[in-house]
Design a protein around this ligand. Structure first.
Ligand SMILES: O=C(O)/C=C/C(=O)/C=C/C=C(\O)C(=O)O
Ligand SMILES: [Fe+2]
Length: 312
């Protein structure tokens, strides 16, 4: 069945701590191109892989993956709040195929998602309900993480499931390339923050605003060169884009989780969502990258990229 792919970095700092207007215009043009590509493809189902940033998934029960049969967006960083238009039947069909392939995904009838999903759906399709969706969470933040080789297997199984649906399926991956924003970590967080990582659902508006302001401040400091967070790594980012475009995805299996962090920061694990989306596309045969935009954008704490691809 027809498939197409669009992968994109997200950043909660877009519109909150913008780079020079010429760079914003360049990114806007990349998204306009992606939207035109998607409109031309006319998907009737979006399968989106995205991470969570302790808004929907916590250490009280932290699976490596979760397929949502129903999901609602928490509305962080000004993204749309409320239910996604989840295609429940497609979600179950995909989950059955993934489990049959030996990939032990979790499953949810009440998934909570954050800007990782919502920003991508809004930017690419106009809203969180524009096209029926199957949201697939990939843990990219809460260590310990599974080896990245499992992500390729997940993507492959999702791609096989997508092929068996009689649908026009857009595969989306949402996550930054090299970046190390100040997402708290369980082993270094002070006790009150640690508790929010374990069970922090439904913060008060004041608590959410304080978290968001901390990230905005970090973006300002990073762009000013005075933040203590890890630099972006454009060389690493460009190599990743080259490998994804080459179709030689099994090369990625040897990359260790520590190497991702050393090279590209903790949140570079978010490229798991890209790897899954490309592996899903590869499940249907050879593919060709149709467009690839990249720029390191310190104001957004992001190696920022947007790609589109189609089967050959
Ligand atoms: O500080 C917190 O509690 C949360 C921080 C974030 O949610 C940061 C998110 C940053 C991204 O999504 C990104 O990929 O840069
Ligand atoms: Fe993120």
């Amino acid at each position: 069945m027809p498939v197409a792919l669009c992968t994109m970095s997200h950043s909660p700092l877009m519109g909150r701590n913008d780079p020079d207007a010429s760079i914003v215009a360049e990114v806007d043009a990349a998204f306009a191109d992606a939207r035109a590509f998607i409109a031309d493809f006319a998907p009737d189902l979006v399968v989106i892989f995205a991470p969570d940033h302790y808004n929907g998934v916590f250490y009280d029960l932290l699976p490596p993956f979760c397929i949502g049969a129903a999901a609602q967006s928490v509305g962080d960083y000004g993204t749309q709040a409320g239910p996604l238009d989840v295609d429940r039947d497609a979600a179950y069909r995909i989950a059955r195929t993934v489990l049959a392939a030996g990939v032990d995904t979790a499953f949810s009838e009440r998934m909570h998602v954050d800007h990782g999903f919502a920003q991508a759906l809004e930017l690419l399709t106009g809203s969180i309900t524009a096209v029926p969706t199957v949201p697939i969470f990939i843990n990219s933040v809460g260590e310990p993480l599974c080896p990245v080789s499992r992500i390729r297997l997940l993507g492959n199984a999702v791609g096989q499931a997508a092929a068996a649906l009689d649908r026009r399926v857009l595969l989306v991956g949402s996550g930054g390339l090299s970046h190390d924003p100040p997402v708290p970590r369980l082993d270094t967080a002070p006790p009150p923050v640690r508790e929010t990582l374990i069970s922090g659902r439904n913060p008060t508006p004041e608590q959410r605003a304080a978290r968001e302001q901390r990230v905005i401040d970090a973006g300002r400091d990073f762009a000013a060169g005075v933040a203590t967070i890890q630099p972006l790594n454009p060389g690493w980012d460009r190599n990743l884009l080259t490998v994804l475009a080459s179709g030689e995805l099994d090369e990625i299996d040897s990359w260790t989780n520590d190497w991702f962090v050393e090279q590209a920061g903790h949140s570079s694990h978010e490229v798991r969502t890209w790897i899954a989306a490309y592996a899903a596309l590869a499940a249907q045969g050879a593919y060709r990258v149709r467009s690839s935009y990249y720029r390191p954008i310190p104001e957004w704490i992001a190696g920022f990229a947007v790609t589109t691809a189609l089967p050959e």
